[in-house]
Design a protein. Sequence first.
Length: 160
Amino acid sequence: MGLFTGMNISASGLTAQKLRLDLISNNIANINTANTGQTTVAGNPIPYQREVAVFSSRPSETDFADVFKDTRTKLRSEGVQVTAVVQDNNEFRLEYDPNNPDAAKTAEDGIPVGYVRYPNVTLVAEMVDMISANRSYEANVTALNASKAMASTALGIGKG
């Protein structure tokens, strides 16, 4: 494990959580976007769909067994990466408002005439996700600062 491995892992976590916060803010900004400009086959407007980041661990360049074969093997930072940004497939929120220009003009599966489909974004869920992402971001900042302090102390030992 190199001197900067911990910093690289923390930096990947910071990047991932920043993207998560960006997606959450985008979801909140589009909480009432009932018309994205796209339409169904029946001609009814399609609302905004909530977006969620999918994370996975960043693969190491070295097999675990190889570490024991050669102690001088340099490990590549693992950390986290965003695998994909996917749309949440939960049901849309329906409201009866036949005077709304985005109301369904033609009945189709899951939406009767006169109903408006609103995004599957709930403010409470987004706020909970935002708090979680913020705390994860703060934890990565703390880990990064601890890695910096250890590196600084290690460099200071050589001066003595």
